[in-house]
Design a protein around this ligand. Structure first.
Ligand code: MN
Length: 261
């Protein structure tokens, strides 16, 4: 928990983990980065964004949780190692960033124990699912018949491309106040089997699960979405409501903890 009255939201950074690739000019130096969309969405929704670079020690991870009031597991240019859900990598499986993934799963588990509000976005949702024992499609076009084009390129991620239906009684449906919303889609992987305790709360017309929350609510906000609400933020009232709700939950939880001190 932070000392600030305004909730501080920790956002996991993307990284090249020392491999040349995403940011070629850095060569094999390890760098950490994050798209500005995340920062803007948190700031405009009344939170203070901080970027969490990849660390390995449990002490450093616990230290992160002492500094923040909400955890945002971000997306990025990576796939989650299929080894973590008991599969061999298919040829279409993309770049792995094992240190990043291990930190995100560990942070997620620690944050859940603290009942800290958590929002998982894209790869963040996948990390939550795998962290809870779920599995992924390694490459939707090769594994799901008649799948929608979930990689919407060349359409930019600031524009929505397919609908998702929101489950009855789900938190997402309550926040949206609608049964269906149009979302962007920049993923080639997706949830296959749900992790323990997770319920599907958003589903695309081809059956791909695009949103998860806890089956049994325990008073802590925990939502994962396969799309990128931060990229849609400027023109999407639903994305704005989702971020505002997340920040409000972080504030609520913070004052609950304060009152116990
Ligand atoms: Mn999609």
């Amino acid at each position: 928990m932070s000392k600030s009255k305004t909730p501080v939201i920790g956002i996991s950074a993307d990284t090249n983990e020392g491999k040349e690739g995403d940011l070629k000019e850095y060569g094999t130096d390890t760098v950490f980065w994050l798209k500005k969309h995340y920062i803007t969405a948190i700031e405009k929704s009344g939170g203070i964004p901080v970027i969490l670079p990849v660390v390995k020690s449990p002490k450093a991870m616990a230290g992160y949780l002492d500094l923040i009031d909400g955890l945002l597991l971000s997306g990025g240019y990576f796939d989650i190692s299929p080894k973590l859900y008991g599969e061999k990598a298919m040829p279409q499986c993309g770049a792995l960033k094992p240190d990043r993934t291990l930190m995100e799963i560990a942070l997620f588990k620690k944050a859940r124990k603290l009942k800290m509000p958590i929002l998982g976005i894209c790869g963040g949702l996948q990390a939550i699912n795998v962290g809870l024992g779920g599995t992924l499609y390694q490459h939707i076009p090769a594994q799901v018949e008649d799948a929608l084009p979930h990689e919407q390129k060349p359409l930019p991620s600031t524009k929505p491309s397919h609908y998702v239906s929101l489950a009855e009684n789900s938190e997402l449906r309550k926040i949206a106040g609608r049964t269906k919303i149009k979302v962007n889609s920049t993923h080639h992987q997706g949830i296959k089997d749900l992790g323990r305790g997770l319920a599907a709360c958003a589903t695309a017309s081809d059956g791909i699960v695009e949103g998860v929350e806890l089956k049994k609510k325990d008073g802590a906000f925990m939502v994962g979405v396969q799309w990128h609400p931060e990229a849609l933020f400027k023109n999407s009232s639903f994305s704005q409501k989702l971020f505002r709700h997340f920040i409000a939950e972080a504030k609520k939880q913070k004052f609950k903890l304060y009152s116990k001190l």
